[in-house]
Design a protein around this ligand. Structure first.
Ligand code: KIV
Ligand code: ZN
Length: 511
């Protein structure tokens, strides 16, 4: 009988805390529902003591998600553990995840603690957490650079104190696969009570080895893997969920283990995350990149046409990638519409579906074919948006070879209509200058990108901007067949999100 590998997803904690990937509560809840469809085992929802916003988001996820365990991260202090428990206690199956660093580098320079102090603190924290639930995970931060015998001592003490999972992180992505596997074997052989806990691994990708290290550790005896969708996470990211899952799936002859993951939900999960964060997946990314199943070279195309297995090791449909895309139009009914949204990872309320269906019909009247990307745009604009402080009412832009680019903008600002005209180097610059004057924003534009979301000359242009004000960063997204309008919408969406963040305590993240 094959062993099961427990899939612990930390997209909403380790992934979300990395720069550029922050999400608001509604977005986190959407993603959490999709992770439930993906059938992960444990969902790490956040770090509740880091901010009120994080606490609330974890609490809402814990209430919503019923079929997977919900974990919350805590340092070893009682305050952190209280916050973690407070946020997840209503979950169907809550897990408290306590961590402290164990490497001498961290002890000396960060914690300024002795090894004995670290063990005592770990034991006290695990005992305290175990009063609330018997589902307690203990992580030895920077475990891969820790003294091996000390690491085993800490794990032994944590398990005696009540930890049911002990996690070995390669926090700085320093390990090499054979070395990391050897460490796992060592921990298994030198932690006397290891049989009473699940041994987990958590790898970072600084040397591009996170997936390799994770797979090597499974063969060495780890039975939980900590991963993120699209491999997002601190610095170079965490272990990518889709890579580990599809390696296990594809190479079962070499890796005889199973997971509960529904692989057909991998691609929808990846798309949803990219849509929410506005950060696209690199085209050559394994499994979920746009080119992952594209065969360009003539010899390859010829081979695939003769027999797919010549150059294809995974059927695209296995990861939920449809090669024959379902096209919807004005004759598509509400049922098909809801079903398609569900397949794209959007589990929406009846009210949202009704509102979106009306918009969908309007769009379908104007355009012959509606593809998945159009539906994603509809959801982004109608459901995942923050309340409007600023609303675009009207935009007229004049530009060309013999004129100074000029934009006339009408905005509704907190219920009042305002109009102004301004100039710029190009039409987008003129539009942005005018909007900036009207809103009085002090934000800096850090990034501006335009993508074609659908094919053809009537394609939706998708614009993403990254804004920063007083150390708070946010994204803005706008879509429209007219790229100047899409640009204006993206800027205004970013300003609305900044205004929302200012009101929302999650703007004061301390992590
Ligand atoms: O990378 C790390 O060490 C972590 C721990 C908190 C598990 O994210
Ligand atoms: Zn980490």
């Amino acid at each position: 009988m094959e062993d099961k590998i427990i899939v612990f997803d930390t997209t909403l904690r380790d992934g979300e805390q990395s720069p550029g990937f922050s999400m608001n509560t509604a977005e986190k809840i959407h993603l959490a529902s999709q992770l439930e469809n993906l059938k992960i085992d444990v969902l790490e929802a956040g770090f509740p003591s880091s901010s009120e916003g994080d606490f609330e988001a974890v609490q809402m996820i814990a209430q919503k998600v019923r079929t997977v365990q919900v974990a919350a991260l805590a340092r070893t202090s009682k305050e952190d553990i209280d916050a973690a428990w407070g946020a997840i206690k209503q979950a169907a199956n809550p897990r408290i995840h306590v961590f402290i660093a164990t490497s001498d580098i961290h002890l000396k320079h960060k914690l300024k603690m002795s090894r004995d102090q670290v063990i005592n603190q770990a034991v006290d924290a695990v005992k305290y957490a175990a009063q609330f639930t018997n589902n307690v995970e203990f992580s030895a931060e920077d475990g891969s650079r820790s003294d091996r015998d000390f690491l085993c001592k800490v794990f032994e003490a944590a398990i005696s104190a009540g930890a049911t999972t002990v996690n070995l992180p390669d926090t700085v992505g320093y390990a090499i696969p054979a070395e990391f596997a050897d460490l796992v074997v060592y921990v298994k052989g030198h932690t006397p009570n290891i049989g009473k806990a699940i041994l987990s691994v958590h790898c970072h990708n600084d040397l591009g080895l996170a997936t390799a290290n994770t797979l090597a550790s499974i063969n060495a005896g780890a039975r939980q893997v900590e991963v993120t969708v699209n491999g997002i996470g601190e610095r170079a990211g965490n272990t990518s969920l889709e890579e580990v899952i599809m390696a296990l799936h594809t190479r079962r002859n070499y890796l005889p283990y199973y997971t509960e993951i529904d692989t057909r939900e991998i691609y929808p999960s990846s798309r949803l995350l990219a849509m929410i964060t506005g950060i696209p997946v690199q085209p050559n990314k394994a499994i979920v990149g746009a080119n992952a199943f594209a065969h360009e070279a003539g010899i390859h195309q010829d081979g695939v046409l003769k027999n797919k297995t010549t150059y294809e090791i995974i059927e695209p449909a296995t990861v939920g990638l449809k090669t024959n895309r379902l096209i919807m139009g004005k004759h598509s009914g509400r049922h098909a519409f809801r079903d398609r949204l569900r397949k794209l990872g959007y589990e929406l309320s009846k009210g949202d579906i009704d509102r979106l269906f009306t918009k969908f019909k309007d769009l379908a009247d104007k355009r012959k074919e509606i593809v998945d990307e159009d539906l994603e745009v509809l959801v982004a604009e109608e459901v995942l948006r923050v309340p409007d402080t600023y609303k675009l009412k009207y935009l007229n832009v004049i530009s060309g070879t013999a004129t100074v680019p000029t934009a006339t903008v009408q905005l509704e600002i907190q219920g009042k209509e305002k109009q102004k005209a301004g100039f710029g180097i190009g039409p987008i610059d003129a539009t942005y200058n005018t909007i900036a004057k009207m809103t009085g924003t002090k934000s800096k534009l850090l990034r501006f990108s335009i993508d074609s979301l659908t094919g053809g000359t009537d394609a939706q242009g998708g614009v993403t901007v990254r804004l920063e004000e007083n150390g708070v960063q946010t994204l803005g997204k706008g879509n429209d067949p007219d790229i100047i309008v899409a640009s204006a919408k993206a800027f205004i969406n970013g300003l609305n999100r900044l205004a929302h963040l200012k009101r929302d305590s999650s703007a004061h993240k301390t992590k």
